[in-house]
Design a protein. Structure first.
Length: 444
């Protein structure tokens, strides 16, 4: 199984299945030492319905939080008998995401583990999913304790990794525990007990929405405040904080007079989520959009073009005789050629143009607000720039390569991206069949 679209080629040693390695080198250290549990799994279906899933990789935090061990290469039903029957809804979520759905976040109580989990699920490729989770059982208990009494709340929070704040809205005074300060690199004595200092700590780009969320709760527009945002640390670094709060007391007129909340440092999870999201969209070799992300962006641009009656064109590029380059110089040189082509496209085209590697040596370029005449000029300029490029080798003469390019343009609002790609593909084959190293435009 090729997992280079998720991580790099170096396999992670701990917790991997021998027949299905979970690969990665850039993120391996983060995965092995992060506090969040991570599980990489493959869905198993029966009669096209989610039936089970197979663990392929689990990090140390997974084993610590779940108490399970040696799960790689095993079905969850083997490890936890009755899991399928007790958690059919959970299997449906995993299957929905594994079929290419958008990432999902949810909180669920797993009876077999007797734990509450906050879970983020992401699909790296069809029928596979990555689940990142935090055990939030203590936080759940803390929320219940908050409703019962301040004393019990403080008792729970002081033994946890949650920052606590208690805001007297009438006086503006805010009391915070030591953990709240330590998250940002301060001692408890260094922090001021005011809302203004909290506001100053919130990242300027997140400040307005943080205040808006709090005021929505104070004004009764929302039942609770729950928001992830960035905060500035004493050393100038940035931490992601999950802030959750409720109004705990109102006066006889319903005006909020007291609000309490907790801070949880979720920086490691956010970094991994952003990296996984980035890798899901970017071709690992060239840095361009992968096929899936290219199609998503192309559909958005086509919708905009139809809405505003704009022109739109598409180029399909294919490296001529690329197999000969690989056969003669090796795949390492072939990879350098692919990366060189991507760099030439990026330097030659506009920032608004959308570039994607659709597979192998095949690339696509979407040209917003561009008619067929201009698109041909762009394609010719790109073809010439590529033809002049020489890829140096460690030994021997440099490698030169050529491309054939097919061009298609939107002719009506009924055209979709598949139609444009098929037309450009036809023009591309015409260019190849008529001598290569040329540009052809689609015509009926």
């Amino acid at each position: 199984m090729d997992t280079r679209g998720i991580f790099s080629s170096q396999s992670i040693n701990a917790g991997k299945s021998n027949d299905q390695p979970f690969a990665g080198d850039v993120l391996s250290g983060l995965l092995e030492h992060m506090l969040n549990g991570v599980a990489y799994c493959r869905m198993v279906y029966e009669n096209d319905q989610p039936h089970d899933f197979l663990y392929l990789y689990t990090n140390p935090a997974f084993h610590k939080h779940t108490g399970l061990s040696n799960v790689a290469g095993k079905l969850v039903s083997e490890i936890i008998p009755g899991f399928r029957e007790a958690n059919s809804a959970l299997l449906e979520i995993y299957a929905r995401v594994a079929k290419g759905g958008v990432p999902e976040n949810f909180i669920r109580f797993i009876e077999d583990q007797d734990q509450w989990f906050s879970v983020t699920v992401y699909c790296p490729k069809a029928d596979y999913f990555v689940a990142l989770f935090d055990v939030i059982t203590e936080r759940k208990k803390a929320e219940l304790a908050l409703q019962e009494s301040e004393t019990r709340l403080r008792f729970v929070l002081e033994g946890s990794e949650l920052g606590f704040w208690d805001w007297n809205i009438l006086t503006g005074e805010v009391s915070r525990n030591e953990r709240w300060a330590l998250m940002l690199g301060y001692t408890h004595e260094e922090i001021q007990h005011t809302t203004q200092q909290w506001s100053d700590f919130v990242h300027p780009e997140d400040r307005n929405r943080a205040w808006a969320s709090i005021f929505n709760v104070i004004e009764g527009k929302s039942p609770s405040h729950k928001l992830e945002y960035r905060m500035l640390c004493k050393d100038g670094s940035i931490r992601w904080i999950l802030d959750q709060a409720n109004v705990m007391e109102r006066d006889n007129q319903g005006k909020a007079i007291r609000m309490c909340g907790t801070h949880t440092d979720v920086t490691e999870r956010k970094i991994l989520e952003m990296e996984l999201t980035r890798q899901a969209r970017i071709d690992y070799l060239t840095g361009l959009c992968n096929r899936r992300h290219f199609m998503e962006r192309a559909e958005q641009e086509l919708h905009r073009a139809n809405r505003y009656s704009n022109k739109l064109s598409l180029l399909m590029l294919d490296i001529d005789h690329f197999k000969q380059i690989n056969d003669r110089h090796g795949h390492k040189v072939g990879d350098v050629v692919l990366k060189t082509l991507a760099m030439i496209c990026q330097s030659t085209l506009r920032d608004v143009d959308i570039l994607g590697r659709l597979g192998g040596e095949e690339f696509a370029v979407l040209l917003p607000e561009t008619d067929s005449t201009v698109a041909i000029d762009v394609a010719e300029r790109l073809r010439e720039a590529i033809a002049k490029t020489k890829v140096p080798l460690e030994e021997g003469l440099p490698v030169q390569f050529r491309v054939s390019i097919g061009v298609s343009s939107k002719t009506s609002s009924d055209d979709n991206i598949d139609v444009l790609i098929n037309r450009a593909d036809s023009a591309l084959y015409q260019a190849k069949n008529s001598g290569r190293n040329k540009v052809c435009i689609f015509s009926e």
